[in-house]
Design a protein around this ligand. Structure first.
Ligand SMILES: NC(=O)c1ccc[n+]([C@@H]2O[C@H](COP(=O)([O-])OP(=O)(O)OC[C@H]3O[C@@H](n4cnc5c(N)ncnc54)[C@H](OP(=O)(O)O)[C@@H]3O)[C@@H](O)[C@H]2O)c1
Length: 315
């Protein structure tokens, strides 16, 4: 038996909106949804709401307010942006425990942060590594447990150019190490479908698990080819060796450059990282995720890179 009473945090966000849509349109479970949003969230609207959805505006740093808001909830699904999640997911964990919440899905939708290579490139003191460790180290005796959906890269973001190495509008791309390093990723819509599938699985199948999910296997070159095919035009390609990214990362660490320290490990591990034998390290290559079926609750078909490129360029 899975969970039906869900507190969704960050429902107005890019991933949060998709999760909300999948919760509301799910035909195999009737979810009771409470959306938590910042008191000072402004006008950013949450998508169309059904009658079984309630919205609570919260001051996350007010523990008692948070505990009150979470009473009656079985599971917290955080879809906060990464900077907010690092601060607020631990607060949700503490308040959730006190409110009798059984499960939390932290907002850690990325490559496998606890993979040896990720810890090496990010550094043990990286806030994302500490965040992941906190949720992966909950004790079996704790009243609250965690489920982390390890999604790899958001392929739809990459195709739209959000990672900075593809620019579909200018027909430009950057390939690292020839663009031949394989990795896996998901569209944000597929991740949302996986979250909703995991919520419906028997609790013990997802308790304190880091679940690998993947929609497509890609290389940087295959993403380029999918974009070129969809755009009907060749891109201007800049070739960059991953050693250059690694040198920049060393400098960024020395100089305390926050943005670069954040982005470079992700670029290296999603697009470029191979060991001295030329094999991918694997932090962004979650091949078992290509077979994950959510215990039979995942009904979303995996799209191809060509289909995702079509959607990205048509949007
Ligand atoms: N691996 C990848 O390639 C990739 C790419 C994109 C995202 N992601 C991951 O996906 C998850 C969600 O990211 P997203 O891009 O969907 O996030 P987002 O749209 O930037 O933000 C999500 C929500 O977080 C809340 N929020 C933002 N700033 C906040 C603050 N300072 N304090 C409290 N709440 C705040 C807002 O909700 P309210 O306004 O409703 O309060 C916002 O709508 C993150 O874990 C992120 O790392 C991964």
């Amino acid at each position: 038996m899975g969970f039906t009473k869900v507190a969704l945090v960050g429902a107005s966000g890019l991933l949060g909106q998709s999760i909300l849509r999948h919760l509301q349109t799910c035909t195999t479970s009737n979810f009771e949804i409470t959306i938590l949003r910042r008191l000072d969230a402004g006008d950013k609207a949450v998508a169309q709401l059904d009658s079984n959805v309630h919205v609570k505006s919260i001051e996350y740093y007010n523990h008692d307010m948070l505990v009150d808001a979470l009473r009656g909830t079985e599971v917290i699904v955080s879809a906060l942006n990464v900077a907010a999640a690092i601060q607020i997911d631990p607060l949700l964990l503490d308040a959730g425990r006190e409110a009798g919440v059984k499960r939390i899905f932290p907002s850690e939708y990325t490559l496998d942060i606890l993979h040896e290579a990720a810890e090496t490139f990010m550094g043990e003191s990286d806030a994302r590594v500490r965040h992941a460790r906190q949720f992966s180290s909950l004790l079996a005796t704790d009243s609250i447990s965690a489920t982390t959906m390890v999604s790899g890269m958001f392929v739809d973001f990459a195709l739209r150019g959000h990672h900075g190495n593809y620019n579909p509008r200018k027909f430009e791309a950057t390939l690292f190490d020839g663009g031949n390093v394989p990795a896996t990723g998901c569209s944000s819509d597929f991740i949302a479908a996986c979250v909703v599938a995991a919520l419906q699985m028997a609790e013990d199948q997802t308790r304190n698990k880091r679940i690998h999910i993947a929609e497509v296997k890609y290389t940087g070159r295959q993403i380029l080819e999918a974009l070129e095919l969809e755009a009907g035009s060749k891109f201007t390609v800049t070739q960059v060796p991953s050693s250059q990214l690694q040198e920049k990362l060393v400098l960024a660490k020395e100089q305390g450059l926050v943005r670069e320290r954040f982005i470079l490990p992700v670029m290296i591990l999603n697009f470029a990282a191979v060991d001295e034998n030329g094999k991918p390290y694997g932090a962004g290559l979650l091949e078992d995720g290509l077979r994950w079926d959510g215990g039979g609750f995942l009904h979303q078909k995996r799209k191809t890179l060509a289909e995702l490129a079509h959607e990205a360029l048509c949007a």
